[in-house]
Design a protein around this ligand. Structure first.
Ligand SMILES: Cc1cc2nc3c(=O)[nH]c(=O)nc-3n(C[C@H](O)[C@H](O)[C@H](O)COP(=O)(O)OP(=O)(O)OC[C@H]3O[C@@H](n4cnc5c(N)ncnc54)[C@H](O)[C@@H]3O)c2cc1C
Length: 515
């Protein structure tokens, strides 16, 4: 008999955990309530064309290289990735445009031209600081299993910890590097990659800028291909993938995990469960009352941001779209004040992913497309999808204001068809979240340390996904899945599981390498 594990959820964290556990010789069943793998890494069909309706910026390729390598596979056999030379195109009006490049000197030159030599110097200093913070945190925090302030001091040293600036806000740090408010806005936006406000997030989050500069990749066939490739690898390594299968309850016997009951009543015996559903769903009792205390609940005020997205097929005119484009509101502080108060901002900053536009080095960036193109437009929204969701009229007003902002920046869109997703829609897709897309917000110096780790208070129940350590985002959620698998395997020998299973690779407690 082999050790049986159920993974609840086929998001990137659940898939990464399932692959690692199957490679270690465990019998893994993955239950996914949706019809396809990927969770937030989802695709929708609009006017008969498929487009990415979740994440669009793919970074930290090395995480996926290790997932595939540890499963005796090669990432490039399954996914074609191409480096983006333009990281993003930013606009504040029809005459104020700035591109950021993967190449630091090109970005510095562009910033110098846009805002002057002092700002270019500020950018170089900012980039160096962001790189240093990332280097300090990569091993002990990003790859480490649930670090604390104390373990960080032990592993990185007190001085290094001070250097990551947990006690300054990102906005304050940016004000020291940039006099131009537009550049503060541009780099402050990186805190929204984990659903947080630059006015409340620690300066530590400037490391996100470094992660992007280290490589943004375009995925042939779209981001959803990542989920398909992971699911394919999981199946090839023996994971039983079941779609349209909703877990209703984690079953306990004598206080430890004994299996899972599905919504249709079926029971699956298992010695351990990895929940890739949001940690908030576990705490809300959506996987059964018996495990609701397994992880602390997140208060609604501590949730990360939600979004309103418009996945649209449209004809675009005017503005030369790149793949990633950001159109900034006139008053960033007001925008986050309104979001903090639970309202859609009067003038939201709008992100537009032009999915038919390629990187410049492919030769056709900036080229006007004939006909319609696939766009994902996104604005930040309050995570109130369960409590006080924006009304239909508020969503329409938000769309109106967002597309007017684009028009002011020179971009007009004639929509052929659009699919809108609201905080309420995200809450329905990802129960227990209120539509919050990135777990708890990273606000204040200690927020990241309060994120749950892989182990829970219930023996045999583990957490994986963007709501847990090390945090949200496709690569981080994947890392959390690997941490969950490592914790489970490390605990295996100590538990009451009786079977021997076939030989498995040694687990590295606290690390992400399992071979
Ligand atoms: C609009 C949007 C834009 C984003 N942009 C980016 C970006 O550009 N770059 C980036 O890196 N990240 C981005 N993110 C964040 C990133 O997508 C997530 O952090 C990551 O994909 C989360 O993965 P996860 O492992 O937490 O699983 P999730 O994606 O949260 O999936 C969890 C899965 O569990 C399933 N599930 C839940 N409950 C049950 C149950 N009871 N039974 C069975 N199945 C269940 C759900 O159906 C879901 O499929 C974005 C997210 C969104 C929504």
């Amino acid at each position: 008999m082999r050790h049986q594990v159920v993974v609840i959820g086929g998001g990137v964290g659940g898939l990464a955990a399932a692959i690692a556990l199957a490679c270690a010789g465990l019998e893994v069943t993955l239950l996914e309530r949706a019809a396809t793998p990927g969770g937030k890494l989802r695709e929708v069909a609009v006017a008969g064309r498929r487009l990415d309706a979740g994440p669009t910026v793919f970074t930290m390729r090395w995480v996926f290289e290790s997932i595939f390598a540890d499963a005796d596979a090669v990432l490039s056999d399954h996914l074609t990735l191409r480096p983006a030379s333009i990281l993003a195109r930013h606009a504040w009006s029809a005459d104020e445009r700035l591109d950021l490049f993967a190449d630091l000197e090109r970005s510095a030159d562009a910033i110098g031209e846009f805002a002057g030599a002092d700002e270019a110097r500020g950018f170089r200093a900012f980039s160096a600081e962001a790189q240093r913070i990332y280097a300090t945190l990569e091993k002990p925090f990003i790859r480490g299993a649930r670090p604390s302030m104390a373990s960080l001091v032990r592993d990185a040293g007190a001085l290094a910890l001070w250097g990551i600036r947990p006690f300054d806000t990102l906005w304050k740090a940016l004000s020291q590097h940039f006099a131009d408010p537009r550049l503060r806005q541009l780099f402050g936006r990186y805190s929204t990659y984990c659903g947080s406000s630059p006015f409340l997030a620690p300066a530590t989050l400037m490391l996100v800028a470094h992660v992007e500069r280290d490589g943004v990749w375009l995925v042939d066939g779209g981001m959803h291909r990542i989920a398909q490739a992971l699911a394919g690898l999981a199946a090839a390594r023996g994971v039983t993938l079941r779609y349209g299968a909703e877990a209703a309850e984690v079953l306990l016997e004598r206080g430890r995990v004994a299996g899972v009951r599905l919504a249709d009543g079926e029971r699956i015996a298992a010695g351990a469960v990895v929940a890739n559903a949001d940690a908030g769903a576990v705490a809300a009792g959506l996987l059964g009352a018996a495990v609701r205390g397994a992880t602390p609940a997140v208060a609604a005020r501590d949730r990360s941001l939600s979004a309103v997205t418009w996945a649209t097929v449209a004809r675009s005119e005017g503005f030369p779209l790149s793949r990633h484009n950001v159109f900034f509101s006139g008053d960033y502080a007001a925008e986050f004040r309104e979001l903090g108060a639970g309202r859609l901002p009067r003038e939201p900053t709008v992100y537009v992913c032009a999915q038919d536009r390629w990187a410049k080095d492919w030769g056709n960036d900036d080229a006007p497309l004939s006909g319609t193109e696939r766009l994902l437009c996104l604005v930040n929204a309050p995570p109130t999808g369960d409590l006080q969701p924006p009304t239909r009229m508020e969503i329409e007003q938000c769309a109106d204001r967002s597309f007017r902002l684009l028009a002011r920046c020179g971009l007009t869109l004639k929509h052929e068809a659009t699919e809108t997703t609201t905080p309420e829609g995200f809450h329905r897709l990802f129960p227990g979240t209120g539509g919050a897309l990135y777990g708890p917000a990273v606000h204040g110096a200690t927020a990241t340390f309060k994120r749950p780790g892989a182990r829970t208070r219930v023996p045999g129940l583990y957490l994986a996904g963007g709501s847990t350590h090390p945090g949200a985002g496709v690569p981080m959620a994947a890392l959390s899945g690997r941490l969950a698998a490592a914790s489970l395997l490390a605990d295996l020998d100590k538990t009451a599981w009786t079977s021997t299973g076939r030989s498995r690779a040694a687990a590295t407690p606290g690390g992400t390498s399992m071979r």
